[in-house]
Design a protein around this ligand. Structure first.
Ligand code: 5GP
Ligand code: SF4
Ligand code: MG
Length: 473
């Protein structure tokens, strides 16, 4: 297994604002290892730093494979076939808390008394810092810097009882946004935080069970979607079937799915809370055209995550939709590079404008979000060099102003271009002729609810789970 630690690869992968992770689990299928391998391919967009799979070998043992890099770099499909196993959990990671190193790759495998556990976790715990200090003061020795190990230590301290009881007791002490799959040789457990900030769904395949961060991964392995794990629910699956329970009291606030899943994170072919992500994005684009119309010759989107919104904008505004930018699909995510100068180069490597499409034309360029502003600013420069006339930027989300504590690591809010600037100031900084955002109410409306149904903290500072200055990134 390849391990990238320091040096160039490590540097380029370091991030201060990063995406999330993807989790996948299988119970009761003879190809569990291989299915998990394919499931992780489908979730690769949720994290490219490391990948790992733990397979149940027999009633005693789990076997772990993990490494730094993409799913295709870490696993050999032939190996996965031979693992057999009947049950497995997998993870793709982009570090949100903890250094991007091999020791933080997941699943995290630990032995709790005599039982092996493999934990795969997406999200951030807001009280991980204080829990970790307390555990360390009381003698716990941590081997990683990830939040997941805090959960394992808390479970280890529950003196006795079933794995489910231990997990429930541990999770009763943590706060934050998470989706978690835990495998032991006896069971698979799938949990969402009490507000359902991070997504997790369940499917069935050939009599077995499959769990995944997004429904696109169920499609990939041919599993039939059953339902989402509910906020605060622990789904417990073993050879006698599936049962469900809830973590303590159910929160008064109904739910708080991360609205950014609809805006950017999730794949367009996934469904979240019953709505297809592409269609939601398209509706965001339509609202953007209604609320911020402008005269233009052509509408383009920034590939790939904005194409749905751009097509909705074009349809609503009745302006031709054109491919104004081509994306080099072999260049990774530019977003994650540490220095602004490197990031700009990354944007140029990634996108090339189509001169024939944009030259002497007034262009509406739709993007899903502006975070630091590097992408937009560089793209505007490229479009101007290619001869574009007016450039009108339309963003299918509100200004990203506040740090996220639930799985997206904005450890330096000073980097957020909209944190202390008006839309006009941002427009001038990125060099656009006009700039409009979509309001948070409209985003929620496109996602089939209102603001109270979602986490929208990075846009309005309304934190469902109070951070209390404990974020330890
Ligand atoms: P900016 O260049 O303004 O910092 O980032 C905005 C661009 O990055 C947008 O094109 C958006 O699609 C993308 N983006 C937004 N959030 C994230 C994220 O968490 N991770 C990655 N890789 N890209 C993001
Ligand atoms: Fe998602 Fe933003 Fe909430 Fe973070 S703060 S969970 S990115 S909506
Ligand atoms: Mg983008």
């Amino acid at each position: 297994m390849m391990e990238l630690t320091d040096g160039w690869s490590g540097l380029l992968r370091r991030s201060t604002l990063s995406e999330e992770c993807g989790v996948f689990g299988v119970w009761g299928h003879p190809d569990a290892g291989l299915l998990t391998h394919y499931g992780l391919y489908a979730l690769q967009h949720r994290g490219q730093e490391s990948a790992g799979i733990a397979v149940r070998v027999d009633e005693q043992d789990l076997r772990l494979r993990s490494g730094m890099g993409l799913v295709s770099e870490v696993f050999d499909p032939e190996d996965m076939k031979n693992l057999g196993g009947r049950a497995a959990v997998g993870h793709v990671r982009y570090s949100t808390t903890g250094e991007p190193s091999m020791r933080n790759a997941q699943p995290l495998c630990v032995r709790l008394q005599s039982t092996l556990w493999a934990l795969a976790h997406n999200g951030n715990l807001v009280n991980a810092g204080s829990l970790r200090s307390r555990l360390e003061e009381e003698g716990s020795i941590f081997q990683t810097t990830s939040d997941t190990e805090v959960i394992a230590h808390l479970a280890a301290r529950v003196g006795s009882g079933t794995a489910r009881h231990r997990l429930e007791t541990a999770l009763g002490q943590i706060r934050g946004g998470y989706a978690l799959v835990v495998l032991t040789p006896d069971e698979l457990m799938c949990v969402r935080d009490p507000h359902g900030i991070r997504p997790l769904c369940l499917g069935r395949l050939d009599g077995g069970w499959v769990a995944a961060s997004e429904s696109c991964a169920l499609d990939t392995v041919g599993a039939e979607f059953v339902r989402e794990v509910e906020p605060g629910e622990i789904v417990h699956i073993d050879d006698s079937g599936m049962t469900s329970s809830f973590l303590g009291q159910r929160p008064s606030r109904r739910a708080g799915l991360c609205i950014f899943e609809y805006i950017y994170f999730a794949r367009p072919d996934s469904n979240l809370a019953g709505l297809n992500v592409h269609q939601v994005r398209k509706q965001m684009g339509r609202y953007l055209a209604v609320d911020s119309s402008v005269q233009a010759d052509v509408v383009s989107g920034v590939p790939d995550s904005s194409l749905s919104a751009a097509s909705g904008y074009a349809e609503q505004a009745q302006i031709p939709y054109e491919m104004g930018l081509v994306r080099n699909r072999y260049v990774g995510r530019t977003f994650i590079q540490p220095q602004d100068s490197l990031r700009q180069l990354g944007v140029k490597l990634k996108f090339n404008p189509l001169r024939k499409v944009v030259q002497d034309r007034s262009v509406v360029l739709v993007d899903d979000s502006i975070v630091r502003g590097t992408t937009c600013r560089t793209l505007i420069g490229l479009l101007r060099t290619a001869g574009a006339g007016e450039i009108h930027i339309r963003i299918s989300s509100p200004p990203y102003q506040y740090p996220c504590y639930y799985g997206i690591d904005t450890s330096r809010p000073g980097e957020l271009i909209a944190a202390d600037r008006s839309a006009d100031e941002v427009r001038d900084l990125i060099g656009a002729d006009s700039l409009s955002y979509l309001s948070v109410d409209r985003v929620a409306q496109a996602a089939g609810g209102d603001v109270a149904d979602f986490c929208t903290a990075c846009f309005d500072g309304e934190y469902i789970v109070p951070p209390q200055g404990e974020h330890d990134a």
